[in-house]
Structures are given as structure tokens and as C-alpha cells.
Write a protein that binds this ligand. Sequence first.
Ligand code: SF4
Length: 383
Amino acid sequence: MLSRTFSSLLRPRQRVGRIESPWNYHQTRLRSYLAPPFLLDEYIPRFQLLTSVQESKKRSAAYKHLSNCNLCPRLCGVNRFEKTGTCLVGADVVVNTVAPHFGEEPCLQGHNGSGSVFFSGCNLRCVFCQNHDIAHQKNGFNISPEELAQWYIKLQEVGGVHNINLVTPEHVVPQVVLSILHAKELGLKLPIVYNTSSFDSLESIELLDGLVDIYLPDFKVWNAATSKRLLKADNYAEVAMESIKAMHDQVGDLCFTADGLAKKGVLLRHLVMPGHEEEGKHIVRWLAENVSKDMYVHVMEQYHPRAHVGKEKRSVQGRASRLASDPVEPGGQPATASAKKQIRYEEINRAVSLDEVASVRKVAEQAGLWRFADAAEHGGFNI
Ligand code: SF4
């Protein structure tokens, strides 16, 4: 039986003179914490429903991909049992951290945390990467898919977490597939979260079909020039659009059980970048017009300069630095302090402003999106 708090949240809101039906409730965009179309009575993770024949097919496909890896748009074509491609990772996975994590959206972390596995290596090279110490180099311990499965069980049994959250897994999809199938045999019962940059191939997303419950994709930038400069990828937006559509085709919009925890669907993140808010507006419009107006979206304001951003330019290090230490401007005037400072990616070397974030959010709402990951005013989870 539902608690008083939940039963009051479930009740449609009364407006003067009429009662909103649950089905037109969200269309009127009243503030709602529980929209009935997205409420599940109970949930069984998708991997639990695979037949043994489907599991064997997944295993075979995973090994085949590892032998000739074209699992992401880098299309390296390497045999990962013998060598590595751009992602630097072979047939094992390199894991940096396994722990209950409390830095995710409330509907994922709940009270006990999201059972996060931070993989080392990445198929992107974002110059502002928040995890560059583990993403741009191998930094962690090598483990097999079977050992990875045992960590999932520890997170479930010891950590009491609400889900298994695979962070930056795009380059280890075959190993992830093998680990989930093994964990099923060991007794895993938690939903699987695929926490991705969206630089995935359609083959990867197909391989994950039936295994992943919640896709947690970023949509980072819109313009090709920005993708090339800041992500070191030529075609990021095209790949992200295809991947996100394929993810949504599999699991749909985000659904919750009555405890406020997300169980199935897509939760899309967009980190608003300083000076790039117009790209964010394109992204949210595209989502509303091409994927779903019911998409659960987190417009994020946490950007901070990291990794290569704000570092001294290579050309002004060492001897060149000494030569450049006393520059003059035209007319023989001494250069100002800011002119002297030659740093990398200066255009994003600041925090994002709240106005920039608000402008993206406003366009998202105008485009018809209405389910946002906001802080809950009632102290619980917004669902
Ligand atoms: S997953 Fe790694 S090896 Fe495979 S195509 Fe991508 S970067 Fe290359």
C-alpha cells in the first residue's frame, strides 16, 4: 500500500472547476511529480528476460566484435586480443573505480547510491574532460568480464545500490555484454545504466539491446567545428543523433517505480558550455522534434575548465615562453596582463553563466520538453 506521501503525489491535481485526467495532465504542463504514463508497478531488468539462445547469440557477437573492432565510429578494425585501437583498451577492461556513487541524478542514486563502474580509456578526447586522468590514459586495474561481473554482485550485495552504472563504456561494449550475462548467472537483479558520451556505433547499441535498462547519453555539442576542436571528433553530432534515436527505440522515455527510482528509459544530459549556448538550443530543439517531447532531460550547469583548458600553450613553454614573456603591442606599448597570457581553449576557460543555462532551458520548454531533472522542492525525488 502506498504511503500517504505517495498517494497524494499520485492524485491528479485539481484546478478550479475541473479535475485533470492523468492522460492530459502532462500536456497542460502543470507541475507534476508523478506522471502516470511513466509509472511502473514493478520492474524486471531486461537481461533477466533473455532466453538462453538469445544469450548465446550475444556472446558470439561480442567475441566477434572484439576480434575485429569497429564498435565505435573510430572504426579501428583491430583484433583486440592482440593489439589496441584509439581507445587504448584490449580484450580485458581497465577499471579505475567501483563504488556506490552519489553524484548522479536523484532518481539514479536514490538513498544508497548508483553502483558505478568507472572505466579507464575513452574513444573521445574532449579537451575539457572532467575525468581526463582516467579517460585519456590507462589508469586502473585490468580485469576480465567475469571479474567485472563479480564486482556488480558486490555492489548489489554489499553496497545495496539501486543499479549498475557503467560510466564511459563505449569502448568496452563487448566486455560489458559478457559481464552482464555472467552476472545474471551469479544472481544480479539490478537494472543496468549505460552512461555514455553518445559516440557509439549502431552496432554497439544493437549489441546492448536486451541488456541495458537505462541509457544515460550526453549530447555534448552541435556544430562540426566545435566537435573537431573540443572533442577531437569530426562527426560527433551526427553519431550522437543516430545513437540516441536507437537508444530511445529500445527503451523509450524514462519510467519510474513508485519509490522514485528510474528503472527504464532514456535520461539525456546536456552540459551547457560557456559561449556555446546556441548549440545547446539546437540540441534541445532536435530532441523535442525528432525523438520525444517526453524525453527526461538534465540541462546541466556544472561546467568547469578542466584537462587542457586554461593550460599554457605549448608554443609559450620553455625558451619560447621566455621570449614571449615581455611582449609588446602595436605602437610599442607593453602588453596588458591578459594579452601576455597565452592559454589553450581560452574561449571556454570560465564557468558557464546561469543566464546561459537558463536560455537553453527556456528554449527546451518552448520546444515542448517538460520532464527535467530539477532539484525536488518537496525534498524527495522528482519523477
Ligand atoms: S572501441 Fe576502441 S578499438 Fe574499437 S573502434 Fe572504437 S576506439 Fe577503435
